[in-house]
Ligand binder design. Structure first.
Ligand code: 4NP
Length: 157
């Protein structure tokens, strides 16, 4: 089993979007039994909440259902138990590195490292912006999800 955790600030916009998209990509390749997927936030603001309505709507337009996901906060134990911990931006990365037990930092990376053809290295926070920000998140996340699965197939499966 390879365990993948997506992390943003609130766990209601970017990381649940990444979780939903990656689940779809993994399922399309029939790998859902070997790759475990989850998401979490660095902060506690939205624990127990469903993804933001705008994130759900944008994902639904691409055939991805985020309605069953619920916000939770990332823990030190997550860093021990997951193999890939993927931060949406550098602030999330910094929080995760601070949370990490010594020696586990190598598992923590920026998600967009897996979308090398894109110029951006961070998925911008869409929370305070308009609808288009959520589509932009999806464009980035879709590309990185494919790159991540390719990486896992080559390195781990
Ligand atoms: P996320 O977006 O980190 O992509 O889930 C945000 C959600 C909530 C807040 C900020 C960003 N907030 O300030 O409550």
């Amino acid at each position: 089993m390879v365990k993948v955790l997506f992390v943003c600030l609130g766990n209601i916009c970017r990381s649940p979007t990444a979780e939903g998209v990656f689940r779809a990509v993994v399922r399309a390749q029939g790998l859902e039994e070997v790759i475990e997927i989850d998401s979490a936030g660095t902060h506690a603001y939205h624990i127990g909440e469903a993804p933001d309505a705008r994130a759900q709507a944008a994902a639904a337009r691409r055939g991805i259902d985020l309605s069953g996901l619920r916000g939770r906060q990332a823990t030190r134990r997550d860093i021990e138990s997951f193999d890939f911990i993927l931060a949406m931006d550098r602030e999330n990365l910094r929080h995760l590195l601070a949370l990490s037990p010594p020696g586990q930092e190598g598992k923590i990376r920026l998600f967009l490292e897996f979308a090398p053809s894109r110029p951006e290295r961070e998925v911008p926070d869409p929370y305070f912006g308009g609808e288009s920000g959520f589509d932009r998140v999806l464009d980035m996340v879709e590309e990185a999800a494919v790159g991540l699965l390719e990486h896992i197939r080559h390195e781990r499966l």
